[in-house]
Design a protein around this ligand. Structure first.
Ligand SMILES: *Cc1c(COP(=O)(O)O)cnc(C)c1O
Length: 420
């Protein structure tokens, strides 16, 4: 391999040249050799309108002709003003302030810093830790890594270097658990015990609502989130929802927290925000959090990435949200959800431990990561771009995919276990 390009999460030794992508359309990736691949991953879950959506492309062309970038320190521009307004309008009531940054990880860093600075300015000098949840994934920067599952392989190596935060066990009761489900009751007890033990040092509690994504596709009960909200209120702890993966329809509602009817104090969104066209994150805050920074200069929020609120990214986000609304994406997502249930719910095969479906997310859990060794090349041979993650085979497709195309993907997911 001769290129100097260094790939993510990849052992570079003996790495074969990855397929060269030259274009795409809808759910299809176009390769230089003429092949087309159905994308089961929507490019790490962000390309919600698929490749080259005409309205997205047009909005970006238009913005390039006006203004590609300007600093947001001391100046402002329409795309950022409009997007902030729009995001306040579509997120749960009570999230009234919007801070932009350029990627999901940085959006989480902003949320952490906001929570800690807020507590310090409230005179809460001891509240400098966050409580996170086992099986969580919140990003790759050092602040975020410290909030990811400490036992899962990805960041274990760094454990001695990272900030130390307490963790509470991941909820095990599934999405449909009834209020008296013994597993749920146990989950809630463990959660209460963690809060009782840790609360004096906590600035905030952070969690991915309903679906812990990259940490193992854990789909859990909304009732657990309600208890999280209650405990945060009881103990004066801010609640941060990381909806970077779940936001923009992935769990079936625009934001996952709607299904639990819980509003966090701080909400972070990114991936689907620009329809996957450009890096952008938004950290939304309640008016109460915002007021903690209001006053003389010394109380200002001390953060400001260079590319914060980039006009191209904001224009892409505005276009993406209007497509989502105008083209009834929640209906599309409901149809995809039905296909995933039909295809995956009753599937059994040697090596398949469990199946899970939520919104436009479908998962097969394998008995071990080794069981999935041949998956990528098996799928490539069938014209599908599918990646495993640990011992999970998942699809999180774009919402423009047609039901029969999604069935092609689930056939490949299942076919792998049936033939190998
Ligand atoms: C992807 C992801 C992040 C990190 O976002 P980046 O843009 O990759 O930095 C954080 N939290 C969740 C839940 C994610 O899925």
């Amino acid at each position: 391999m001769s290129s100097p390009l260094w790939y993510p999460y990849t052992q570079m030794q003996n790495l074969p040249e990855p397929p060269l992508v030259t274009g795409g359309e809808g759910p299809w990736i176009h390769l230089a050799d003429g092949r087309k691949l159905l994308d089961a991953t929507s490019a790490w879950w962000c390309l919600i309108h698929g490749y080259r959506h005409p309205k997205m492309d047009a909005a970006l062309h238009q913005q390039v002709d006006q203004l590609s970038h300007v600093m947001l320190g001391g100046l402002t521009h329409q795309p950022a003003l409009q997007l902030a307004e729009k995001l306040v309008g579509i997120t749960p009531e009570g999230l009234d302030r919007v801070f932009f940054s350029d990627s999901g990880s940085v959006g989480i860093e902003v949320a952490m810093k906001m929570a800690v600075q807020y507590q310090l300015q409230q005179g809460q000098q001891k509240r400098t830790q966050l409580m996170a949840v086992m099986r969580a994934y919140h990003g790759d920067t050092s602040g975020c890594m410290a909030l990811c599952d400490p036992e899962e392989g990805m960041h274990q190596l760094f454990s001695g270097w990272l900030q130390q935060h307490p963790f509470t066990p991941a909820p095990r009761a599934g999405f449909n658990a009834s209020p008296d489900d013994p597993l749920l009751l146990e989950d809630l007890e463990l959660l209460r015990a963690s809060f009782a033990q840790q609360h004096t040092h906590l600035a905030a509690f952070i969690v991915e609502p309903l679906l812990q994504a990259a940490g193992g596709f854990n789909m859990y009960s909304p009732l657990w989130l309600r208890e999280v909200r209650r405990l945060c209120d009881q103990y004066g702890v801010l609640l941060i929802f990381d909806e970077i993966a779940t936001g923009f329809g992935r769990t079936g509602s625009l934001f996952a927290c709607e299904q639990a009817e819980v509003t966090p104090d701080i909400l972070v969104i990114s991936k689907g925000l620009t329809g996957g066209y450009l890096g952008l994150a938004a950290t939304l805050a309640s008016e109460a959090v915002f007021e903690g920074f209001y006053g003389d200069a010394s109380r200002a929020f001390m953060h400001g990435p260079t590319f914060m609120g980039n006009p191209l990214a904001c224009a892409a986000a505005l276009a993406s949200i209007s497509i989502f609304e105008e083209e009834n994406y929640l209906d599309k997502i409901a149809r995809l959800n039905q296909v995933l249930h039909e295809e995956l719910d009753d599937f059994t095969a040697p090596g398949v431990e469990s199946t899970r479906v939520l919104g436009a997310t479908g998962v097969l859990e394998a008995s071990s990561p080794e069981r999935l060794k041949g998956l990528k090349s098996y799928a490539l041979d069938q014209g599908v771009w599918l990646r495993s993650f640990g011992s999970y085979v998942y699809t999180m497709p774009s919402y423009v995919i047609q039901p029969e195309q999604l069935r092609e993907i689930t056939q490949v997911m299942k076919g792998y276990f049936e033939t190998s």
